[in-house]
Design a protein around this ligand. Structure first.
Ligand code: PLP
Ligand code: COI
Length: 351
């Protein structure tokens, strides 16, 4: 059976949205992709119209947090083409999480097929090049079934939905858009726990530290390592980066999510700009010596930091043009306006 066509060549029809002024909000698009795992096989349900997921009240994802998610962005290019960014890395990270949570892998082929189908089906919602917005892609992995015991599910839902989004931190990136962060006394993950896994439970644990930071006028919480509370861990849903006198540094920690944005920025720093990079423990006191700081992630892209507060101590940082260079190179590779010497862009076939 041939695939239904959701995209018509030559069609540049766009949804009636103010793409340049979107926030980071859920905006349901017409189609979502779904596959269900049962009896040892993934069965593709294809593109669905309902935003609802019907699952048993006994499902492990509801009781015991057997759940994973991913976050990716798709950009419209200057040539009208559409690109995702390193989707195989997201598939790999989801499957490392699936192992950790004792569930089946989602084959990379299925993961990427799902992204291609759901993006093509919702093409009028892909923000146009130059709008500053992107189509956010949210893969979900849910353990389901009729169950009450504390044990892994035997059936799973893999769903991908999309939503056009603007900047995660209000104002986006720019020399006047430095943000402030509050060092949290709470941990988002345990030393030998699930911090490196993109499981929903880690995010429920970040609500309270995040709320404390926001109630005090900060953009987010900055976490220290959960064992000694000495080293910088990460910031909300973003990894930490800083420029010392000699290198671009980022924390090396088993309880931090391996950010695909961060590993890409380190590659760009090394290979495109010839800057030294280091992945190592970074004590909070090292902020005394740091020239500038930032955090990064798919949603956050790069956000430079102008102030970090820890009780009665604080550090302030200026804008650094090197964040601009990293930002422009990353986004240029993602949206197709720059060459991609790394082979990171994955074009979404629309026809
Ligand atoms: N750290 C956490 C806890 C996150 O949720 C995210 C977002 O995915 C990141 C870091 C950034 O990771 P990535 O660059 O892969 O989006
Ligand atoms: C992302 O950066 O894609 C994330 O998943 C962060 C957040 C929206 C949870």
């Amino acid at each position: 059976m041939s695939k239904p066509r959701y995209y018509f060549p030559g069609s540049s029809r766009k949804a009636d949205l103010d793409f340049a002024h979107l926030g980071f909000d859920y905006r349901p698009c017409p189609y979502r992709f779904e596959a269900v795992y049962r009896d040892g096989f993934w069965r593709v349900r294809g593109l669905l119209e309902s935003t609802d997921i019907q699952i048993s009240e006994g499902s492990q994802c509801l009781h015991y947090g057997q759940q994973l998610f991913e976050g990716m962005k798709v950009h419209g290019g200057p040539d009208g083409r559409v690109y995702s960014f390193r989707p195989a890395e997201n598939a790999r990270r989801m499957n490392e999480g699936a192992h950790y949570l004792c569930g089946p892998e989602v084959p990379e082929e299925l993961f990427i097929r799902g992204i291609e189908e759901v993006v093509a089906a919702n093409h009028p919602y892909i923000p146009p090049y130059g709008s500053g917005a992107a189509l956010y892609v949210r893969p979900l992995y849910l353990g389901i079934g009729d169950n009450i015991g504390v044990k892994p599910a035997r059936s799973f839902v893999f769903r991908i939905f999309v939503s056009p989004v603007g900047p995660y931190f209000k104002g986006g990136f720019g020399p006047d858009q430095g943000k402030q962060f509050l060092v949290s006394r709470l941990d988002r993950a345990a030393p030998m726990g699930s911090g490196h896994v993109k499981a929903g439970g880690n995010y429920a644990c970040s609500f309270s530290p995040g709320r404390e930071a926001k109630d005090h006028g900060f953009a987010e919480a900055l976490y220290l390592d959960p064992r000694e509370h000495r080293y910088i861990e990460e910031i909300g849903a973003a990894n930490f980066l800083g420029f010392t006198k000699s290198a671009l540094v980022t924390p090396d920690s088993a309880s931090v999510l391996r950010s695909i944005t961060r590993i890409s920025l380190l590659e760009i720093a090394k290979k495109s700009f010839g800057w030294a990079t280091e992945e190592r423990k970074i004590a909070l006191e090292e902020l005394d010596e740091m020239a500038s700081a930032a955090c990064c992630g798919t949603a956050a892209v790069i956000c430079w930091i102008n102030r970090i507060v820890d009780g009665d101590r604080e550090w302030t940082f200026p804008f650094d043009d090197r964040w601009q260079k990293l930002h422009d190179t990353l986004v240029g590779i993602q949206n197709g306006s720059l060459d991609d010497p790394f082979g990171w862009r994955h074009e979404i076939p629309l026809e």
